[in-house]
Design a binder for this molecule. Sequence first.
Ligand code: PMP
Length: 293
Amino acid sequence: MSDAQKIWLDGEIVNKADAKVSVFDHGLLYGDGIFEGIRFYNGRVFRLEEHIQRLFLSAKAILLNLPWTVEEVCQYTVDTIKANGLRDGYVRLVVTRGEGGLGLNPYLCETPSMFIIASTIQLYPTEHYENGLKLITCATRRPTPGSLSPQVKSLNYLNNVMAKVECIQAGALEGIMLNEQGYVAECTGDNVFILKDGVVYTPFVADGALDGITRQVIFDLCESLGVKIVEKTLARYDLFTADEAFLTGTAAEVIPFVALDSREIGDGTPGAVTKRLLVAFREMVQSQGTPCV
Ligand code: PMP
Protein backbone atom coordinates (compact mmCIF):
# COMPACT_ATOMS: atom_id res chain seq x y z
CA MET A 1 0.00 0.00 0.00
CA SER A 2 1.16 3.52 -0.76
CA ASP A 3 1.90 6.40 1.60
CA ALA A 4 -1.63 7.61 0.83
CA GLN A 5 -2.96 4.70 2.92
CA LYS A 6 -5.41 5.82 5.60
CA ILE A 7 -5.41 4.28 9.06
CA TRP A 8 -8.17 4.45 11.67
CA LEU A 9 -6.48 5.36 14.96
CA ASP A 10 -8.38 6.03 18.19
CA GLY A 11 -11.36 7.61 16.50
CA GLU A 12 -9.66 9.41 13.65
CA ILE A 13 -8.72 8.52 10.11
CA VAL A 14 -5.09 9.55 9.72
CA ASN A 15 -2.35 9.21 7.13
CA LYS A 16 -0.11 6.15 7.45
CA ALA A 17 2.85 8.40 8.37
CA ASP A 18 0.88 9.82 11.31
CA ALA A 19 -0.40 6.47 12.63
CA LYS A 20 1.85 6.02 15.65
CA VAL A 21 1.59 4.40 19.06
CA SER A 22 3.68 5.06 22.16
CA VAL A 23 6.79 3.02 22.99
CA PHE A 24 5.18 2.70 26.45
CA ASP A 25 2.14 0.95 25.02
CA HIS A 26 1.80 -2.45 26.69
CA GLY A 27 0.77 -3.92 23.37
CA LEU A 28 4.37 -3.37 22.36
CA LEU A 29 6.08 -3.87 25.74
CA TYR A 30 4.27 -7.12 26.63
CA GLY A 31 2.19 -8.16 23.65
CA ASP A 32 -0.75 -7.17 25.86
CA GLY A 33 -3.55 -6.71 23.38
CA ILE A 34 -5.71 -8.48 20.84
CA PHE A 35 -6.40 -8.45 17.12
CA GLU A 36 -8.69 -9.62 14.33
CA GLY A 37 -8.19 -10.12 10.62
CA ILE A 38 -11.20 -9.81 8.32
CA ARG A 39 -11.66 -10.10 4.56
CA PHE A 40 -13.79 -8.02 2.27
CA TYR A 41 -14.75 -9.16 -1.20
CA ASN A 42 -16.55 -7.34 -3.97
CA GLY A 43 -17.43 -4.40 -1.69
CA ARG A 44 -18.74 -6.54 1.20
CA VAL A 45 -17.10 -7.43 4.50
CA PHE A 46 -17.33 -11.18 5.05
CA ARG A 47 -18.66 -12.28 8.46
CA LEU A 48 -17.92 -8.85 9.95
CA GLU A 49 -20.11 -9.20 13.01
CA GLU A 50 -18.70 -12.67 13.85
CA HIS A 51 -15.15 -11.31 13.77
CA ILE A 52 -16.00 -8.30 15.92
CA GLN A 53 -17.85 -10.54 18.38
CA ARG A 54 -14.72 -12.69 18.62
CA LEU A 55 -12.64 -9.54 19.21
CA PHE A 56 -14.92 -8.69 22.12
CA LEU A 57 -14.57 -12.24 23.52
CA SER A 58 -10.77 -11.98 23.29
CA ALA A 59 -11.04 -8.63 25.13
CA LYS A 60 -13.28 -10.09 27.82
CA ALA A 61 -10.91 -13.00 28.33
CA ILE A 62 -7.98 -10.68 29.05
CA LEU A 63 -9.99 -8.15 31.11
CA LEU A 64 -9.62 -5.44 28.51
CA ASN A 65 -12.61 -3.11 28.69
CA LEU A 66 -13.43 -1.84 25.24
CA PRO A 67 -15.02 1.63 25.27
CA TRP A 68 -16.98 0.90 22.06
CA THR A 69 -19.96 -1.27 21.16
CA VAL A 70 -19.82 -4.13 18.65
CA GLU A 71 -21.89 -1.98 16.24
CA GLU A 72 -19.44 0.93 16.56
CA VAL A 73 -16.42 -1.26 15.86
CA CYS A 74 -18.21 -2.74 12.82
CA GLN A 75 -18.85 0.81 11.60
CA TYR A 76 -15.21 1.91 12.17
CA THR A 77 -14.08 -1.13 10.17
CA VAL A 78 -16.34 -0.19 7.25
CA ASP A 79 -15.24 3.48 7.54
CA THR A 80 -11.58 2.46 7.26
CA ILE A 81 -12.20 0.38 4.13
CA LYS A 82 -14.18 3.24 2.56
CA ALA A 83 -11.45 5.77 3.40
CA ASN A 84 -9.04 3.62 1.40
CA GLY A 85 -11.39 3.17 -1.56
CA LEU A 86 -10.92 -0.61 -1.61
CA ARG A 87 -13.39 -3.26 -2.84
CA ASP A 88 -11.33 -6.39 -2.13
CA GLY A 89 -8.83 -6.85 0.64
CA TYR A 90 -8.04 -7.59 4.24
CA VAL A 91 -8.63 -5.45 7.28
CA ARG A 92 -6.68 -5.80 10.53
CA LEU A 93 -7.99 -4.50 13.85
CA VAL A 94 -5.57 -4.20 16.75
CA VAL A 95 -6.48 -3.22 20.29
CA THR A 96 -3.62 -2.61 22.70
CA ARG A 97 -3.76 -2.29 26.48
CA GLY A 98 -2.59 1.29 26.01
CA GLU A 99 0.16 3.41 27.48
CA GLY A 100 1.48 2.40 30.89
CA GLY A 101 4.62 2.04 32.98
CA LEU A 102 7.59 -0.31 32.74
CA GLY A 103 5.84 -3.00 34.73
CA LEU A 104 3.33 -5.70 33.84
CA ASN A 105 0.39 -4.19 35.73
CA PRO A 106 -2.31 -3.66 33.07
CA TYR A 107 -4.44 -1.60 35.48
CA LEU A 108 -1.91 1.23 35.19
CA CYS A 109 -2.77 1.56 31.51
CA GLU A 110 -5.66 3.99 31.40
CA THR A 111 -7.09 3.74 27.90
CA PRO A 112 -6.85 1.01 25.30
CA SER A 113 -5.73 2.08 21.87
CA MET A 114 -7.29 0.74 18.69
CA PHE A 115 -6.08 0.99 15.14
CA ILE A 116 -7.52 -0.44 11.94
CA ILE A 117 -5.53 -1.09 8.79
CA ALA A 118 -7.23 -1.85 5.46
CA SER A 119 -4.99 -3.35 2.84
CA THR A 120 -4.73 -5.96 0.13
CA ILE A 121 -3.47 -9.48 0.79
CA GLN A 122 -2.34 -12.58 -1.06
CA LEU A 123 -1.18 -15.15 1.45
CA TYR A 124 -0.28 -18.03 -0.85
CA PRO A 125 0.55 -18.00 -4.57
CA THR A 126 -2.42 -18.96 -6.80
CA GLU A 127 -0.83 -22.21 -8.02
CA HIS A 128 -1.06 -23.71 -4.50
CA TYR A 129 -4.86 -23.37 -4.55
CA GLU A 130 -4.78 -25.58 -7.64
CA ASN A 131 -1.96 -27.98 -6.73
CA GLY A 132 -2.02 -27.94 -2.92
CA LEU A 133 0.51 -27.04 -0.24
CA LYS A 134 3.23 -29.30 1.14
CA LEU A 135 3.35 -29.02 4.92
CA ILE A 136 5.73 -30.01 7.66
CA THR A 137 5.02 -30.86 11.27
CA CYS A 138 6.48 -28.11 13.46
CA ALA A 139 8.50 -29.13 16.53
CA THR A 140 7.13 -26.07 18.37
CA ARG A 141 3.99 -27.08 20.25
CA ARG A 142 0.88 -24.94 20.77
CA PRO A 143 0.63 -23.57 24.33
CA THR A 144 -1.72 -25.48 26.63
CA PRO A 145 -5.04 -23.74 27.42
CA GLY A 146 -3.78 -23.59 31.02
CA SER A 147 -0.90 -21.34 30.01
CA LEU A 148 -2.49 -19.22 27.28
CA SER A 149 -5.84 -19.99 25.69
CA PRO A 150 -5.55 -20.53 21.94
CA GLN A 151 -8.98 -18.85 21.72
CA VAL A 152 -7.56 -15.45 22.56
CA LYS A 153 -6.29 -13.74 19.43
CA SER A 154 -3.66 -11.96 21.46
CA LEU A 155 -0.68 -9.92 20.36
CA ASN A 156 1.48 -12.80 21.71
CA TYR A 157 2.01 -14.60 18.41
CA LEU A 158 5.62 -15.54 19.10
CA ASN A 159 4.67 -19.22 19.41
CA ASN A 160 3.18 -19.10 15.90
CA VAL A 161 6.05 -16.98 14.57
CA MET A 162 8.64 -19.50 15.79
CA ALA A 163 6.67 -22.34 14.19
CA LYS A 164 6.48 -20.29 10.99
CA VAL A 165 10.26 -19.92 11.03
CA GLU A 166 10.52 -23.72 11.14
CA CYS A 167 8.27 -23.90 8.07
CA ILE A 168 10.31 -21.31 6.18
CA GLN A 169 13.59 -23.06 7.04
CA ALA A 170 12.14 -26.33 5.77
CA GLY A 171 10.91 -24.67 2.56
CA ALA A 172 7.22 -25.05 3.51
CA LEU A 173 4.57 -22.34 3.47
CA GLU A 174 2.62 -23.71 6.47
CA GLY A 175 3.07 -26.30 9.18
CA ILE A 176 0.99 -28.51 11.43
CA MET A 177 1.20 -27.60 15.10
CA LEU A 178 0.56 -30.28 17.72
CA ASN A 179 -0.66 -29.80 21.26
CA GLU A 180 1.33 -30.99 24.29
CA GLN A 181 -0.24 -34.46 23.98
CA GLY A 182 0.98 -34.75 20.40
CA TYR A 183 -2.44 -34.41 18.75
CA VAL A 184 -3.09 -32.05 15.87
CA ALA A 185 -4.16 -28.61 17.03
CA GLU A 186 -3.99 -26.35 13.97
CA CYS A 187 -1.44 -24.62 11.74
CA THR A 188 0.54 -21.47 12.50
CA GLY A 189 -2.33 -19.35 11.19
CA ASP A 190 -4.93 -21.74 9.79
CA ASN A 191 -7.31 -24.53 10.87
CA VAL A 192 -6.87 -28.12 9.65
CA PHE A 193 -9.39 -30.44 7.97
CA ILE A 194 -9.13 -33.93 6.49
CA LEU A 195 -11.50 -36.14 4.56
CA LYS A 196 -11.63 -39.90 5.21
CA ASP A 197 -14.19 -42.27 3.65
CA GLY A 198 -16.43 -39.36 2.65
CA VAL A 199 -16.47 -37.66 6.08
CA VAL A 200 -14.75 -34.35 6.86
CA TYR A 201 -12.91 -34.24 10.19
CA THR A 202 -11.38 -31.33 12.08
CA PRO A 203 -9.81 -31.19 15.56
CA PHE A 204 -11.92 -30.10 18.51
CA VAL A 205 -11.35 -26.54 19.63
CA ALA A 206 -10.36 -28.15 22.96
CA ASP A 207 -7.45 -29.84 21.15
CA GLY A 208 -5.91 -26.38 20.72
CA ALA A 209 -7.57 -25.12 17.55
CA LEU A 210 -8.75 -21.54 17.26
CA ASP A 211 -12.52 -21.41 16.81
CA GLY A 212 -11.89 -20.05 13.33
CA ILE A 213 -14.53 -18.05 11.50
CA THR A 214 -13.61 -19.83 8.25
CA ARG A 215 -13.74 -23.15 10.15
CA GLN A 216 -17.37 -22.35 10.96
CA VAL A 217 -18.01 -21.49 7.30
CA ILE A 218 -16.82 -25.01 6.40
CA PHE A 219 -19.38 -26.49 8.81
CA ASP A 220 -22.08 -24.39 7.10
CA LEU A 221 -20.91 -25.33 3.59
CA CYS A 222 -20.68 -29.04 4.43
CA GLU A 223 -24.24 -28.89 5.69
CA SER A 224 -25.52 -27.21 2.54
CA LEU A 225 -23.55 -29.61 0.29
CA GLY A 226 -24.71 -32.66 2.23
CA VAL A 227 -21.19 -33.62 3.34
CA LYS A 228 -20.90 -35.08 6.85
CA ILE A 229 -18.50 -33.15 9.11
CA VAL A 230 -17.34 -34.25 12.55
CA GLU A 231 -14.98 -32.84 15.19
CA LYS A 232 -12.42 -35.44 16.24
CA THR A 233 -9.10 -35.66 18.01
CA LEU A 234 -6.60 -36.23 15.21
CA ALA A 235 -3.06 -37.58 15.27
CA ARG A 236 -0.47 -37.24 12.49
CA TYR A 237 -1.47 -40.82 11.55
CA ASP A 238 -4.92 -39.52 10.56
CA LEU A 239 -3.37 -36.89 8.31
CA PHE A 240 -0.94 -39.34 6.68
CA THR A 241 -3.78 -41.76 5.94
CA ALA A 242 -6.42 -39.20 4.93
CA ASP A 243 -8.01 -39.22 1.47
CA GLU A 244 -7.95 -35.41 1.22
CA ALA A 245 -6.79 -32.51 3.37
CA PHE A 246 -7.18 -28.75 3.43
CA LEU A 247 -6.62 -25.66 5.57
CA THR A 248 -8.86 -22.71 6.27
CA GLY A 249 -8.24 -19.17 7.49
CA THR A 250 -9.38 -15.64 6.81
CA ALA A 251 -6.20 -14.85 4.90
CA ALA A 252 -5.65 -18.37 3.46
CA GLU A 253 -9.36 -18.93 2.63
CA VAL A 254 -9.69 -22.65 1.73
CA ILE A 255 -6.52 -24.28 0.43
CA PRO A 256 -5.70 -27.96 -0.18
CA PHE A 257 -2.61 -29.60 1.25
CA VAL A 258 -1.29 -32.69 -0.47
CA ALA A 259 1.78 -33.68 1.53
CA LEU A 260 2.96 -33.71 5.14
CA ASP A 261 6.62 -34.23 6.06
CA SER A 262 7.32 -35.32 2.47
CA ARG A 263 4.61 -38.00 2.63
CA GLU A 264 1.85 -37.84 0.05
CA ILE A 265 -1.73 -37.44 1.31
CA GLY A 266 -4.25 -39.42 -0.76
CA ASP A 267 -3.00 -39.44 -4.35
CA GLY A 268 -0.97 -36.26 -3.82
CA THR A 269 -3.43 -33.98 -5.58
CA PRO A 270 -6.31 -31.83 -4.24
CA GLY A 271 -9.39 -34.01 -3.70
CA ALA A 272 -12.88 -33.67 -5.13
CA VAL A 273 -14.61 -32.62 -1.90
CA THR A 274 -11.89 -30.06 -1.16
CA LYS A 275 -12.38 -28.59 -4.63
CA ARG A 276 -16.15 -28.43 -4.18
CA LEU A 277 -15.74 -26.64 -0.85
CA LEU A 278 -13.27 -24.19 -2.38
CA VAL A 279 -15.69 -23.33 -5.19
CA ALA A 280 -18.63 -23.01 -2.78
CA PHE A 281 -16.53 -20.81 -0.48
CA ARG A 282 -15.58 -18.49 -3.34
CA GLU A 283 -19.21 -18.19 -4.41
CA MET A 284 -20.31 -17.43 -0.86
CA VAL A 285 -17.78 -14.66 -0.20
CA GLN A 286 -18.68 -12.87 -3.42
CA SER A 287 -22.34 -12.65 -2.52
CA GLN A 288 -22.55 -12.22 1.27
CA GLY A 289 -21.47 -9.59 3.78
CA THR A 290 -21.78 -6.05 5.05
CA PRO A 291 -21.50 -3.39 2.31
CA CYS A 292 -18.26 -1.36 2.54
CA VAL A 293 -18.25 0.79 -0.60
N1 PMP B 1 -5.52 -20.49 13.81
C1 PMP B 1 -4.75 -19.42 14.08
C2 PMP B 1 -3.64 -19.55 15.06
C3 PMP B 1 -5.00 -18.20 13.43
O1 PMP B 1 -4.26 -17.13 13.70
C4 PMP B 1 -6.05 -18.12 12.48
C5 PMP B 1 -6.28 -16.85 11.71
N2 PMP B 1 -7.00 -15.94 12.43
C6 PMP B 1 -6.82 -19.27 12.24
C7 PMP B 1 -6.53 -20.43 12.93
C8 PMP B 1 -7.98 -19.23 11.26
O2 PMP B 1 -9.06 -18.53 11.82
P1 PMP B 1 -10.05 -17.63 10.95
O3 PMP B 1 -10.73 -18.54 9.99
O4 PMP B 1 -10.98 -17.05 11.94
O5 PMP B 1 -9.22 -16.61 10.27
